[in-house]
Design a protein around this ligand. Structure first.
Ligand code: GLU
Length: 375
């Protein structure tokens, strides 16, 4: 990839929008004109067959504005109640503005466990994948009304990075009120310069983030670098750019100020490495020769191709996949627990509902969750 990539290089893009861009605290409402301009950029990417996901902050800030709460820090339950009011207004605006381009918005509210626990992670990922398949734009936020300290991300930079890695996005765009990473605090009179590309997040880069006095900790450069680490280790590039301009995505494409954080990996490879290398298999599936052939062609593993199920595993656990001769053909994350996998082995996906009493996944192991030997 060239030194500074272009948004056009990416197929799945997560765009994180900070509260200060969306909510005008003084005037007490949403900055609709700005949102309209951002959404026209999003619509252009969408029309260009890109998958676009939005992580939108602003629930608490907008709730404050709607409720006309006085300035000053909010207690936890106040922030949560404000978010309950603000999230409705926020989601409605996104739905309306995207709707003007004939794009459906799908609200997804997550808590920490939804991305950190494997089973819930698979669930959230499948829902988001389905929205994307239907060409809707997921509009994601933390579920602020129920998330308390132990179960919250606290900042949407990290949430957005986890969403990006969970959905194997290849780009994360962080739009906030800062242009990018400066080599020293960009205060008046300092000759700080913007760092256009960070090939790798080193200790020196982290030190710059610590020193950039543009914002304080929450949502500041430190959390953005944290997000960058999560994203780039999982194969997702990241770009930080200012959202204080109209059409902020176009501005990035036209070479406006921003900082790119590059990843050496690609998201699917990084994910597959994780499946192949770091997970303890909990069981094994033996599959027939036809299924082995299908997997080699890049297909998913369907229940019909499975002849034997061994082990005690749950949905989302790693299992070994063996060919008819007993040799390991690959490994993957299974979409069913051991009992259910055993019941539907050898059967057509269309029969799953009748056998199990619920509509499960079509695939026993989705191809994105499967690593074949030699991959
Ligand atoms: N989830 C919070 C909100 O919507 C924002 C958190 C953040 O800005 O990082 O108000």
């Amino acid at each position: 990839m060239s030194k500074t990539p272009s948004l056009k290089d990416f197929r799945r893009i997560v765009i994180k929008v900070g509260s200060s861009l969306l909510v005008d605290s003084a005037a007490g409402g949403l900055k609709r004109d700005w949102l309209v301009s951002l959404v026209s950029d999003i619509a252009a990417l969408h029309a260009d067959k890109r998958d676009v996901l939005v992580v939108s902050s602003g629930a608490i800030a907008l709730g404050r504005a709607v409720l006309k709460l006085p300035r000053g820090a909010l207690r936890l339950e106040e922030a949560q109640a404000a978010a309950a009011v603000g999230q409705i207004a926020l989601a409605r605006c996104w739905a309306e503005v995207l709707g003007a381009h004939n794009i459906a918005a799908g609200q997804v509210l997550l808590t920490l466990g939804d991305t950190e626990e494997r089973r819930r992670y698979l669930n959230a990922r499948e829902t988001i994948d389905k929205l994307l398949e239907w060409r809707a734009v997921p509009v994601i936020n933390e579920n602020d009304t129920v998330a308390t300290t132990e179960i919250r991300y606290g900042d949407n930079d990290r949430l957005a990075a986890r969403v990006a890695t969970m959905t194997s996005a290849d780009l994360l765009v962080l739009l906030s009120d800062i242009d990018g990473l400066y080599d020293k605090p960009p205060t008046a009179g300092s000759n700080a310069s913007l760092v256009p590309v960070v090939p790798r997040i080193t200790a020196a880069i982290e030190a710059m983030a610590g020193a950039s006095g543009s914002e304080l900790s929450r949502g500041g450069m430190v959390t953005k670098i944290e997000a960058g680490k999560i994203a780039t280790t999982a194969g997702t590039h990241m770009v930080i750019a200012s959202g204080r301009v109209p059409n902020p995505l176009q501005a990035i494409m036209q070479g406006g100020p921003c900082t790119w954080f590059l990843t050496p990996a690609n998201p699917v490879t990084a994910r597959k490495k994780w499946i192949a290398g770091s997970l303890e298999p909990r069981g094994a599936l033996t599959i027939d020769a036809g299924a082995v052939k299908a997997l080699r062609l890049g297909k998913s593993l369907l229940p019909a191709g499975v002849v034997k199920v061994e082990g005690t595993f749950g949905r989302g656990d790693a299992v070994i996949v063996r060919g008819p001769d007993g040799h390991e053909a690959g490994r993957g994350l299974i979409a069913y627990d051991a009992d259910d996998a055993d019941k539907i082995k050898g059967r057509s996906s269309a029969d799953v509902m009748t056998i199990l009493g619920y509509a499960g996944r079509t695939e026993m192991i989705h191809r994105d969750d499967l690593v074949l030997g030699g991959e």
